[in-house]
Design a protein around this ligand. Structure first.
Ligand code: ATP
Length: 232
């Protein structure tokens, strides 16, 4: 489904991504973990065409994503929920949900999103900036779901969100994955990543330094300690 091979990104003189190789297969959930500043967000932004790669390939379902501008990549079946959520603050929940929908409203899809996140339905006409952080995150995920993606990429979706909503968001991400949508998740919380995702990629200094299944990593706390500086 998604395949990054030897991906490089430079920013000015900085060599930010130094050969990232990773794969997410159809239906899989993968976590990308690493300390601050190792290049996780840059990897996601490169996939979405928001930063230019200087080497390597990015393939999605047989397409070479580098051939498409950023605004077309979302339409290829990849949903992106950036850090900070990226919702439109002055637009209502309903308007935010439908921002990428071409033509008439897809009410079936809206109902699916409301079934995932009933709070959004209760706040349908409320401007985005009046929602709590957790509700904004639900809205950002809901907006992706409106486009019927086959893969959703999430950058720290539970960062700075009140605990009660964190568990709901995690549960929904799990359910979305169970419904067949692949997930690529950047997550600070190792425990959450291991619970939610079947596969894990550990990143350091712009490259993947370890990959494996979550149970494999759980059984190797010394690796978690070496690359993330903590034990589970
Ligand atoms: N636009 C930019 N210009 C210059 N350097 C940048 C730019 N964006 C990111 N960087 C640098 O690239 C490196 C990787 O950043 P990135 O945001 O990808 O890391 P990260 O692993 O997602 O970190 P965090 O967990 O803190 O979000 C950092 O050193 C960062 O300062």
């Amino acid at each position: 489904m998604l395949s990054l091979r030897d991906l490089h990104v430079h920013m000015g003189k900085l060599h930010i991504l130094q050969g990232v190789t990773l794969e997410v297969k159809a239906g899989e959930s993968a976590a990308l973990l690493g300390r601050n500043g190792v290049g996780k967000t840059t990897t996601l932004r490169a996939i979405m065409g928001l930063v230019s790669k200087t080497g390597g390939t990015i393939q999605f379902d047989g397409l070479n994503l580098s051939n498409y501008p950023a605004h077309e990549i979302a339409g290829k079946g990849i949903g992106y929920v950036p850090q900070g959520r990226g919702i439109f603050p002055g637009l209502s929940v309903l308007e935010n949900l439908n921002i990428g929908v071409k033509g008439k409203r897809d009410r079936d899809r809206e109902d699916y999103v409301f079934a995932c996140f009933p709070r959004l339905k209760e706040r349908l006409h409320q401007p985005g900036n009046t929602l709590s952080g957790g509700e904004q995150q639900m809205l950002a995920i809901g907006r992706c779901l409106m486009m019927r993606p086959r893969l959703i990429i999430l950058d720290e979706p539970t960062e700075g969100i009140m605990p009660r909503l964190v568990s709901q968001i995690r549960r929904e991400i799990h359910r979305i994955n169970q419904s067949g949508v692949s997930i690529l998740l950047v997550e600070q919380n190792v425990e959450t990543a291991l619970k939610l995702c079947s596969n894990v990629f550990l990143m350091e200094k712009g490259a993947i330094v370890h990959s494996g299944t979550s149970p494999e990593l759980k059984a190797r706390p010394e690796i978690v300690h070496r690359y993330l500086g903590l034990t589970q």
